[in-house]
Design a protein around this ligand. Structure first.
Ligand code: ES4
Ligand code: ZN
Length: 335
């Protein structure tokens, strides 16, 4: 308990949370009702049954099948606002979060006929309110779904153009089923977004299911300056040295890795190797409503399994702040 309060007080930054992955079973069922959405026959009928099913994902795809059903209850701008606001409020109050860079998946909504501006305006409104009323800083990262073709990504970029140009979309990411969809398939999308706004930041999921080449190819071919998960980087010593030299941050998600069976135990996650090679990483929740823990739970789980001493926690927190995509003045406030 004293450890939890120590970890809560740290100025934590989250770089890897999918807003759609913060959809708690309770909100899922209430939005389904409010929006007259019929859930599939096989879908668990109660909150307790659903939570139990969430405890037994066999792999990434098994989880994604539930995640996309969950997305389907979101229709109106208020639905997107309510979802993001409940996440921001929760982590600001319960977890001591200072800064949140949050992903969203527009294609999981536009595929269902929802206008992209409905999605972005709802999320953006929650960001503005969170900055004003909760004192946290926020950024939105638009992700493309890698199981859909490059052309669909290009269409999405075109639909999101005004928000890419005006900076409401602060960065581009790439998520969903990793294999067999290597980063190079989306090089054109990444180049297009950078052309629309040269200031935009770039990241991509890689090295969760895919091997270390998914990480290096994200850097080389998509020009990302961060990699999400990236745990399979340990397969290449050359890559570890590069990540350290170029200060590429890996957004590691400990509880997610366990729930999706990337590792069987938290202590198998290669945090000690990253520390040894001085590879910067942050600790994140990924899809907290599905994986049973928000950011502070992830910090606690790491502490319980690694027993890091104060200097290591200081290093993790400082690397997380330095690797954040906010102004230097905001970083100085957090440091
Ligand atoms: C995701 Cl854990 C994970 N990996 C890839 N894509 C995702 N979308 C939501 N969560
Ligand atoms: Zn993720």
């Amino acid at each position: 308990e004293t450890m939890r309060s120590f970890l809560k007080a740290l100025p934590k930054c989250e770089h890897h949370v999918h807003l759609e992955g913060t959809l708690e079973p309770e909100l899922l069922f209430s939005l389904a009702k409010r929006n007259n959405i019929t859930l599939p026959d096989h879908f668990p009928k109660s909150k307790a049954e659903l939570t139990e099913r969430y405890n037994n994902f066999s792999d990434l795809q098994d989880f994604l099948n539930f995640y996309y059903i969950g997305c389907a209850v979101l229709l109106s701008e208020d639905d997107f606002f309510d979802l993001a606001w409940s996440y921001f409020e929760r982590v600001a109050v319960n977890d001591g979060l200072a800064h949140s860079e949050a992903f969203f998946d527009p294609q999981s909504h536009t595929e269902r006929g929802i206008d992209i501006s409905v999605v972005i305006k709802g999320f953006k409104r929650a960001c503005v309110k969170a900055e004003k009323e909760l004192g946290i800083s926020t950024k939105l990262i638009m992700c493309l779904l890698r199981h859909l073709p490059n052309e669909h990504g290009l269409q999405t970029i075109d639909q999101a153009k005004e928000f890419i140009v005006n900076g409401d979309i602060h960065a581009l990411g790439l998520d969903s089923a990793e294999k067999p969809f290597p980063p190079e398939l989306f090089a054109e999308c990444y180049a297009k977004v950078k052309e629309l706004n040269p200031e935009i930041n770039l990241t991509a999921h890689g090295g969760e299911e895919g091997d270390h080449t998914y990480v290096s190819n994200s850097l080389d071919l998509l020009k990302t300056t961060r990699v999400d998960h990236g745990v399979n980087s340990v397969q290449s010593e050359e890559l570890l040295k590069r990540l350290s030299e170029e200060r590429v941050l890996l957004s590691v998600c400990p509880m997610s890795n366990i729930k999706l069976q990337v590792f069987q135990n938290i202590h198998e996650i290669p945090l000690n190797t990253f520390l040894e090679f001085d590879v910067p990483f942050s600790l994140n929740s990924d899809d907290p409503a599905y994986f049973g823990g928000y950011i502070l739970d992830n910090y606690v789980a790491v502490h319980e399994n690694f027993g890091f001493k104060l200097p290591v926690w200081e290093k993790i927190v400082k690397n997380s702040i330095h690797g954040s995509w906010c102004h230097q003045e905001r970083k100085d406030e957090m440091l």
